[in-house]
Design a protein around this ligand. Structure first.
Ligand code: WQD
Length: 342
């Protein structure tokens, strides 16, 4: 069975990708320092796939540990690298934490694999486009100056990866630019597990509906959009997880057209904050307590992706719509109510 290393594999997108790798016949091996995830997610994964995946708890910033891991796992053929700090607001307060965590880990991994052929999938973000001039935004759109250290780590990491793939024969790399991942596994056994007050829309909606939060504030009702609220391309986390498997398969099958490739991973559809709330209300069968508040600093007005390139070249397409996103997120929140994971 082909072994794929999943860094950050107990996290939100990582855990769903572990499940999809298993479903596609791979053996996922996880490294995670549990800085933003919970060890119990391994038990949850076991409930879905029937066994507990191989797991190593350490920080990828520790170079020696990375080298030891690589030496003791000679059969790993691919790496899906999720492990990174990802809170936009925190990155503005603590830039060095972001540059340190996100770059040291990336460089240690790349360095440890210098002598071996390796397929590498990187978690990037549509944040690299900033406020796009043309919608839907294609992979050819210019990368705009990052508005946060977090966004800057994604931009610089993409540059590092392109340079290293060009310079060294052994690396084959795909960067996936995610739009807004939401939802949960349809089993309701894994999903997003925000620590503290959620910064993202969907967990804030579900936590408000279940009674953990009093009220959702919609950040801005005066944008230049049909209902005045921001528009995003929400993508179901299970579809997103499958895009990683498709990226690994493309490289494995030798289909890559360049040493470094970039793909948008979204649905190609935009939904406003109010549309997302309405879709949620329909599925939860209850109305949500929300108010329109001031804009959030740094928010993009509207962004959604052109997904033609990923559909054609990755042979992947998002299949799940807004209904499945909402219903699965709600199922997960209800699961957590009965079975808290702390
Ligand atoms: C979505 C929409 C908010 C919370 C961020 C990162 C990005 C990425 C995904 C990360 C916006 C509105 C939100 C709330 C609201 N990568 N909102 N009330 O900002 O598109 O992207 O997360 O890991 O890099 O920037 O996602 O979920 O925060 O917001 O009205 O309480 O919901 O204004 O329009 P965003 P989000």
């Amino acid at each position: 069975m082909k072994e794929i290393l999943v860094t950050g594999g107990t996290g939100y997108i990582g855990s769903h990708t572990v499940v999809e790798l298993h479903n596609a016949g791979y053996k996922p091996i996880i490294i995670d320092n549990l800085s933003n995830s919970n060890i119990r997610i391994l038990d949850q994964i076991e409930k879905i796939i029937g066994y507990k995946p191989e797991f190593y708890e350490f920080d990828l910033c520790e170079e020696q540990k990375v080298i030891e891991f690589v030496n003791s796992h000679p059969n790993i053929q691919g790496i899906i690298h999720f492990a990174a700090s990802k809170a936009v607001g925190e990155s503005v307060q603590e830039p060095l934490k972001y540059y340190r965590n996100n770059f040291f880990s990336l460089i240690n991994l790349l360095q440890a694999y210098q002598q071996k052929p390796i397929h590498f999938v990187f978690s990037s973000s549509c944040t690299v486009y900033g406020e796009p001039d043309i919608l839907p935004v294609t992979e050819e759109a210019p990368v705009k100056k990052a508005t946060s250290p977090y966004g800057n780590t994604k931009q610089i990491a993409e540059e590092i990866l392109e340079e290293i793939a060009t310079a060294k024969d052994n690396y084959q790399i795909i960067a996936l630019r995610y739009f807004n991942p939401v939802g949960a596994h349809d089993s309701g056994l894994i999903g997003e597990l925000p620590i503290g007050v959620p910064q993202n829309l969907l967990p804030f909606i579900t936590q408000t509906a279940i009674g953990k939060r009093e009220e959702l504030t919609v950040f801005g009702g005066d944008y230049d959009t049909p209902d005045g609220t921001c528009i995003r391309d929400y993508i179901h986390v299970v579809d997103l997880a499958k895009a990683h498997v498709a990226a690994i398969q493309r490289m494995e099958e030798g289909k890559s057209a360049a040493k470094y490739e970039v793909y948008n991973v979204g649905t190609g559809n935009g939904y406003s904050v109010l549309e997302a709330i309405k879709a949620f209300e329909k599925y939860a069968g209850q109305s949500l307590n929300y108010k329109i508040g001031p804009r959030r600093e740094g928010d993009i007005e509207k962004v959604w992706g052109d997904v033609n390139k990923s559909q054609k070249e990755l042979n992947w397409k998002a299949k799940l719509g807004i209904d499945e996103m909402m219903s699965s997120a709600w199922k997960w929140e209800n699961y957590l109510k009965e079975n808290p994971i702390q």
